[in-house]
Design a protein around this ligand. Sequence first.
Ligand code: PLP
Length: 384
Amino acid sequence: MNIISQRSLATPGSGIREMLMLAAKIENPISFALGEPDFMTPKYILDACVESFNRGETHYTPSNGILPLREKISQSYQERKLNYSADEIVVTSGAINALLLAVNVMLDVGDEIILPDPGWSNYMGVVKQISAVPVPVKLKEENGFMYDIRDLEKALTPKTKAILINYPSNPTGSVATPEHIHALAAFVLEHDLCVITDEIYRDIIYTDQPFLSIASLEGMRERTILIDGFSKTYAMTGLRLGYAAAPKEVASEMSKLMANVVSSVPAGIQWAGVAALTEDRTQVMEMKEEYRCRREIALDGLNKIDNISCLRPEGAFYIFANISKSGLTSREFSIRLLEEQQVVVVPGTAFGDSGEGFIRISYATSREQISEGIARIEKFMATL
Ligand code: PLP
């Protein structure tokens, strides 16, 4: 008897895990590994959560989320010229939950979905988990880590159903230009595809240009599921609050599936989301400004090191540093850096084969840690 399914065995685990397990054996390493804000969740958000629980709201909620939160989300979309009514929103337990619902609703067994490579490793995981077929397409550094439409054309087969896009990107920090988003939309329309757009980092962008969602372009809304969440913008990773926006029939299908997965998100957590979207955004802007300063320190330091080069990421809190001139593979580089200088980074290959030659550095950590970590990377490079 084999208790574990082939499908489960075929689903890859997180590539970051190996580094974290190795790092756990080392005392006080400097970690650039975690993709989560190091800030405390703003107090007004926590207060709203606790108040809800204290009111006795400790029971099931609707599987698509409480109306006040869906209304707030709908309103926040309208401010960005995206028209989603409250019944076109599904509140989930983190964006990952929204993503799992999205692939379930969109893809049948054997359907192909184009994924960014390098891309967040969980994309591969959720697609394989449902026996759909991931088709990684290389995002080239010389292309600013954006899809090349010619490569997308080559990846198409009669089974291609969808494409996933993620800007600002984890792991590269790249933010698509409006021209690129328009080109992607034209490609999608020409080949009659569906889209999943993961916009969880959309508030963490350092350019003046407003974020352009592919869902806002002509002909896109009806074929797109938009994924978003509170984890990154509001430093709420542990509260597990995300959402999806999609045309009504898609949203109600997702809500139906949600009832089979986690039933519903706890009320207090959802009231935390209402507070996040209602209160003054000063603290959120302060966190972003701090990331911006840290990005400068990290970029400046890394680009001064011989044989390391980095594109300037315009969003999220990651730098995808090119270490190919070190003569080491990404994994060798990361393991030796940990063993020799006690600095934790994530090998680019944790995000797909095309991540070879790169390491991901998360600068969601203090300025002091960033400066010290980079000084150690410099020392390490000098020994090679
Ligand atoms: N999407 C991307 C690109 C991410 O990097 C992450 C988390 O690292 C998520 C989604 C998941 O966010 P959540 O904590 O809301 O599940």
